[in-house]
Design a protein around this ligand. Sequence first.
Ligand SMILES: [Fe+2]
Length: 338
Amino acid sequence: MRLAELTALFGQLDFPRSDGHARPPRDHVRAVEGAVRAGLSDDELPLELLALEIERRDGAPELAPFHVVPEVGVRVAFAYWRPGRAAGAHEHSDWTVTAVFHNALDVATFDWDATARARRLVPKRLFSAEAGRVGHIYGPCIHDPRNPTASWSISLHLFGPSDGPVLEAQVGPVEGLTPAAPRPAAADDALSAALLAHERECVRRAQIDALAQRGPRAAALLARLHARGDAGTRARAARALGRPEELDARAALVRRWPGVDLDVIRSAGRAELRARCGERAQLLVRVEAWAEPALRALAAASELRPRDIPGLAEAEQLALARALVDWGTFQPFAAQEN
Ligand SMILES: [Fe+2]
């Protein structure tokens, strides 16, 4: 299935135009859900959607639509879920179709009427959804999806044009409901900016992981992400393409993240390398206390080769260097201009 076939379905089913407030019949939303499910079961539609996403919204804010269906105003967007991330309980007042596109999500739902009466969240059910699972909401509804896994997940969303919060306008503040406005990305210090750039790379890596599970036609998109990413992203794309680019213990790594300090802290019998900018800090790696000199060498270096990290065997040197390359804190010398 192609995106054009999916979008043609809205015309065939006579979905209301975006300038009115009419809702399509629930069976028509179910038909869209079925079409999305069928489309995700082979490679054509997922690759087309990811190609649009990668071209149109690389680095854009969460849930920025990569496609809007003309006339009916349906927005099509991906969302990215770092390990452990929860959306927070929020409302949908229109219809939506949602699919787990990559990895898995748990979804908690809440009883709308009971929540409205109590003005606090009243749980209804909890279900787990694997990649390929598709569902729909025929609002109003409150839910809270979260990624319970240790890897990134991706979800695909089709939103009706009138979706938005309505409950608190009707009944007043509801305890536990997440505010509708997206949290602004705070990048007003050097560490926040570095972590935001890292997050963008993590999104690309999640796209790579999703593409790695598709057929040979994913190779062109993998190559595009390889060309765009930092060294950690390139290494992941190269692995997915079947031509790994392993870090060389003799390769010079150059410190990035200007304006960010690296501190070594002892905590609970272990040593931690933390990035810090003023009050803000981010744990980068945690190792056994005996490896503290290795972290101290990294914290002090503006440039070093993995094999010069003191006190570690080569495999450990490479593992530590790879972790910091993945963060973006260090990059191979040849890659630093990217
Ligand atoms: Fe939602």
